[in-house]
Design a protein around this ligand. Sequence first.
Ligand SMILES: [Zn+2]
Length: 316
Amino acid sequence: MTHSLPDSATKAPLLGVDLGGTKLEVAALAPDDGRFLLRERVATPQGGYDDVLAAISDLVARAETTLGVRGLPIGVGIPGCLSPASGVVKGANTTLFNGRPLDRDLAQVLHRPVRVENDANCLAVSEAVDGAGSGARLVFAAILGTGVGAGIAIDGQAWVGAHAIAGEWGHNPAPRLPEDRNMPLPRCWCGRGMCNETMLSGPGFAADHLRHGGADLDARAVVAAARAGDTAAQASLARYVDRLAGALAQVINLLDPDVIVLGGGLSNIAELFDAVPPKWPRHVFSDVVTTPLRPALHGDSSGVRGAAWLWRAQTH
Ligand SMILES: [Zn+2]
């Protein structure tokens, strides 16, 4: 398989795929400055695993026709990860992929090298390379959305870990607050009790509001109510800030990141970035805490950008 680009292979576009439970996106980045050369997003087929492989194959073929190249290696971001022990996907909330050797299956269908990486690791890589953590050596990036995931990038590369679970902070125990006393505390779907995901995801935030006597609203509506002066919603947002601050303080004590980046739908809550860091000194074992907390610069494009950057080292 050869490139048909007139330039050397070092100038070849970087091709990434973000494979989510509901959306499937392909993008090509210019290797020198990271600008989008193309991007296309479709709904993830809901029929079965082979349909997903075929949809990725179609997207990649169309992208390469547009770019005038063939056989580019691709990076793929997925929920979950490839288990180093078994070589198959584990931990994906889109259970269709679990138990499948996705990297090998895609390499066979696409006839090219494929790298598969956890989607939160892709966020961390994207933001470390040219996003909110650009220039930082260690970036911790968390996705606060329908679930909670997180990833670590060191020098712009995903830190995967011995079990490919590095950064899986979503399933650490959530900090307990005085307000939780005498409350029926939720258990996480993973079976480990009250995980960060249980409290810091959008559904978790909404459930906490309801549990403390608030109205049955989704997370976005709770935030809107807080901004409009609703005291119950303001209290819920304050609890969310306290929980997030405590949970991130544990990360600072463990990794001491240069930058913490938040992505996912709840990273649109602008108040978090001013309210959370002042709460860290109480929890962090340091005389000063200056860790920047920033929203993802590339927003929901960071998944596909990080997937494309997975081949960066080979093309520079
Ligand atoms: Zn859990």
